[in-house]
Design a binder for this molecule. Sequence first.
Ligand code: SAH
Ligand code: SF4
Ligand code: F3S
Length: 447
Amino acid sequence: MKKFYIETFGCQMNAHDSEKVTGTLLARGYSQVEEPESADLVLYNTCSIRDKAEQKVFHRLQQFKRDAGKGKVFGVLGCVAQQEGERIFDRAPHVSLVAGSASYTRLPELLVQLESGARRVTGLSLDTEETFETPFARRDNPHRAYITIIEGCDKSCAYCVVPFTRGPERSRPAAGVLAEARALVRDGYTEIQLLGQNVNSYRDPSPSGWDFARLLRAVGEIDGLRRVRFTTSHPRDFVKDIVDAIEDNPILCNHVHLPVQSGSSAVLERMRRLYTRPDYLRRIEWMKSSRRPIAITTDIIVGFPGETEQEFDETLSLLNSVEYDSLFSFKYSPRPNTSAAALDNPLDETEKGRRLTVLQELQRAIQIRLNSRLVGSVEECLVEGYNQATGQWIGRTTQNRTLNFTHPALPAPSAGASLAGSYLPVRVTRSGPNSLAGEACVESTAA
Ligand code: SAH
Ligand code: SF4
Ligand code: F3S
């Protein structure tokens, strides 16, 4: 039996694509191994959002250069594959397969070519009429499942490769989304995460023409589901109806990821983000004034070309006024095929690094403050597993916080007894910048 190894970089879209690829290979009789050394087929599902991410795959391939010609087949999938195309063969001649995400439905056919000894096989077309149906997806997590609702991106943010690597937007018919969600519930999944580069611009291609809020409401009504999340939202297309949908249904989690990128309207304009700081703050206000305690997270880029000290200060002041529950922050990285690559006034790496540190220190203080306010409260957790090293169960709250806890009746998993997958109330007793700790609330059974 042929053995394959797959390593995934990048976002949840890529993680889910790897689940589809894994399922397809398992269905063809391959078995999965945990080390590239013992595999016949080594796959890297790559990310090219920043230069550092892109370089990772070339480092990996370099490590195996000496294995070329020893029967091991190497494949590069995902966004670097789409971006670099056949140039990958020049940089890493031992690679045999290069395929972007829109070509995975053709994977069985590409595998046949590889299995019959083809030296170089590519799947790089972006206008594939792919179906979103994923009969083979082999999911990594037994409780939480990803569902793709929209592929690609029609925005043209000046710094971003995604429209180029994933192509134009294609929404999936709502009937397919709902059918997959119901099937997942029958298989025991209780949490669903709806995925897309910009879920807010979802539009059902079938005559009903549902928008994202309508789809979200419908998914939230599926019997047996406990949690629904979605990512990512573009602020321009984030409408109040999404907040109303969350208010109306507790199944929809108390969390919205709303990437802002910068707190300066001038920088946002240069980034071509299509909203200003006041537009963004209006959306924040919808959430802050909601009856539900909606956690808000974001992405920030520091050091975009020409970002002045004053413009950077506006990002810091935005952090202070929004008080994000957490955020991802990045140094701007110039990318091929993007309009920002041609902009003047690049910042040097040292200055970008300094701004990143200042921003992260401020955010750390905000998180310490916000998390400490939760001490004493009771949060419902989905139990994800057990940490042997700390002797704590690992839980996740509806706000997407990690809450590690002890359980008096079950201090550790034992033969046949585990809390993983259950939903439990946990009292928060301690807090840190990145997580909470607590004790499970166990009903007193004393007479
Ligand atoms: N579709 C999502 C973003 C996906 S990329 C959205 O629009 O929000 C994830 C994050 O990577 C972005 O939000 C941005 O903060 C960061 N990013 C994208 N391109 C980048 C670049 N060239 N340099 C640094 N960070 C970048
Ligand atoms: Fe990239 Fe902008 Fe599209 Fe997000 S919305 S994927 S940042 S182009
Ligand atoms: Fe990276 Fe592609 Fe996702 S560039 S962030 S893997 S869409």
